[in-house]
Design a protein around this ligand. Sequence first.
Ligand SMILES: Cc1ncc(COP(=O)(O)O)c(C=O)c1O
Length: 387
Amino acid sequence: MKLMAHEQTVPLSSPDITDAEREAVMAVLKTNRLSIGPRTEAFEALVAARAGRRYGVAVNSGTSGLHLCIRALGITEGDEVITTPFSFIATTNCILFEHARPVFVDIDPETYNADPSAVEAAITPRTKAILPVEVFGNTAHFDRYERIAKEHGLLLIEDSCEALGGILNGRPAGNFGDCSVFAFYPNKQITTGEGGLIVTNDENIRDLCISMRNQGRDTTAWLSHRRMGYNYRMSEIAAALGEVQMHRLDEILAKRRKVAEMYDNALTDLADAGLVHLPPMTERENASWFVYVIRLGDEFDQTDRDTILKRLRENGIGCSNYFAPIHLQPFIMETLKTKPGDFPITEHIAARTIALPFFSNMTGEQVARVRDELDEILHSIGKKTRK
Ligand SMILES: Cc1ncc(COP(=O)(O)O)c(C=O)c1O
């Protein structure tokens, strides 16, 4: 039996894969070169060019890419790295992998990115680097982080895992600081299934990352291991998929901007009524949308938000509480002695965020369906919460 449009599930995300990607992957499978080959090199060159960087190093995840940056920059035990608690856990984990100390700062409520003045205030003699994130694809403040890093002699790693194709004052995401990392999990703007990519202008960082992604090998001799390394290699199959996705990046970003615009229009009434805040996004007309995350009005609390998530899911709408604050994750509280109340802006916002279904081929009917479900749930909950 065919389901009616209003009964169909709307997924939280969905990759945009065409026959061109399928053919590119099949072409690799017809060769005997399934790892370390021409597709990886071509993919690296495309991503590096897009970020305005000289070099690209493909790896098997964004997390691996961040880890290699931390190691390549010599960040180690005793070093402090200033970062944001409003991100995906990998941003903090890559610092902990090397026994360095993540130092969290609160976020700017207007952009959801680390507050630049808080970054500056958190600098101590032990600070070695800043690791901020382009949250949900928003490039805001990266010029300021770069200035702060220069003024204080600090390293800057740009976590661009959510921002491929984004722009800030004419500069692309991935262009700020010493090195930057992109990620290609299937919910990202483009995907390689799993994958990540480091971009940099620094030959030394590039060489170290190439060596460490491949068991610390010398770049010249296969079984000569100059340093400790990992198997963080990307396969040719993944790279071929990524290469075609990169050629389609502008098309994909344009489609995503259109979906974001449909949401902006559909949710205007709810925003005007103060029930929700639309996603903050710098340079909206050039933006690289990763997700579409709304924030509930202040009158709602986390329990309301969780009820809304549950009811949306029951009605076939994919959604998520994006992000849960990193400093409140059990093992982070144990390791870094963080606690509720430490970063009030992050906590206030994180308690009220809802990632709505968002993908490049989302239709106007699907956006309308999400809007209608949300409207109904919000009004029924609003009645109970508003005095
Ligand atoms: C901000 C941020 N950093 C790092 C990562 C890690 O990327 P991956 O999942 O590919 O390891 C992600 C991916 O979800 C992310 O969103």
